[in-house]
Design a protein around this ligand. Sequence first.
Ligand SMILES: Cc1ncc(COP(=O)(O)O)c(C=O)c1O
Length: 459
Amino acid sequence: MHALTPRQLPAYEQLLAALEQECYAFRESLGTRRVSNPESCLQARELVEQPAGFEVFRQVFSTEIAPQLSASNGGRYWGFVTGGANPVATYADWLVTLYNQNVSKGGDSIASQVERQAIKWITELFELPAAYEGVMTTGATAANVLGAMTARQEVGLKQGVDVAKAGCKALDYTVFAATPHASMVKALGLAGLGQESWVQIACESNSEAMDTTDLANKLNECHSQGKIVIASAATVTGTDFDDLVRVAQLCRKHQAWLHVDGAFGIFERLLTGSQGKTQGIELADSITLDCHKWLNVPYDCGVFLTRHPHSLFATCNADAPYLVNDETEQPFMSLGIENSRRFRALPVWATLLAYGKQGIKSQIQRNVDQANVLASWLNNSPAYELDKPCELNVVVFSASDKNKLDTHDLLAQLNEAGQVFMTPGVWQGKAVIRCAFSNWCTEMKDVELAIAELSRLAS
Ligand SMILES: Cc1ncc(COP(=O)(O)O)c(C=O)c1O
């Protein structure tokens, strides 16, 4: 296999044999390899003129690249909010590459129908009204961008401006938020609404959740023709949920667009139902959620849902004679950022089919139990401070004053040892460590290992 010519194509046997070996080596290495590789270094190489061939790539990958990759697909990587790739989704993702569909529009394959059904299943999973339609995105950031852009389009329509066509120069609007995720702030910038021009709503005491009295006051005082409220379900550090029922009531009263970022927090709905912490999310104009987090499908995969698909279409529609076809449904390339799109719906569809609502729910519950075990150990340890009671899957802690370590050094030493991986955060102005459980293959013995590591560092 030394040139890109069709005659070289039937090398699948070779590829499959190599992949099989790679899979076994990877699974075996997960138990022993470092969880993170902060000191990784790729050797400088010139672009080759003559084909080096598959075997050379394979050899370089397994000797130089694979050993320096993180074990983020294993059970002890607890940074950010990182899901693993579950086995069924992994297999489906291999198929995605094998078939390599471009899910831009229908008319030539069933792929768009699979995406449409996967989105419908997602709304059913989370007990959302059938009025929601949407699109698979590259992640929650892209979904938040669509949220900002669709809100902008609706706000424009009410002022007689088609923003997608005329731009937003003439737009009169105000955006309100309490603790938006950094990606939401980025999205406001990308949508031209401004990263720094939103109105800060106060938070409830010792919480990142929105103070709805402050929201009510600020909406009352606001004279803009267009209002957009960004709410959280949940925040990335405190896992705090805004009171979405109250926020939605206020939005209705002030004719404000409500976008809820539920990237991972929406999965809480599987544990406590539609009357739990996410109650009211079903009233939002648009919702962001991630599948590559708690649904444990491979990167990259998020979902944007909206009750206003026409505004989404108006925002994203791409017209060109060569793109026309007879499809009656709106093509996905006119509902999202990219024209050419990966068949990322298949691993989601496969996961929902293979594990069902109960299978997914029990995995979420396992992660929440794991977080609680670590949190309660930290709470009882004189060396550490649990900075916030654990309410979902994220544990927020620091070195206690009695411990000679500072929190920053503690995290560095913990990650340096390579047994577990956690990331920094800030809670109520204080530097903390965040430990987020969202991987299907984390086991209680992994939590015990983390506790052993933390005990060792404390002594
Ligand atoms: C609440 C929230 N929103 C958005 C994001 C961004 O997600 P992504 O990295 O998938 O774009 C995250 C990531 O952690 C998140 O927790």
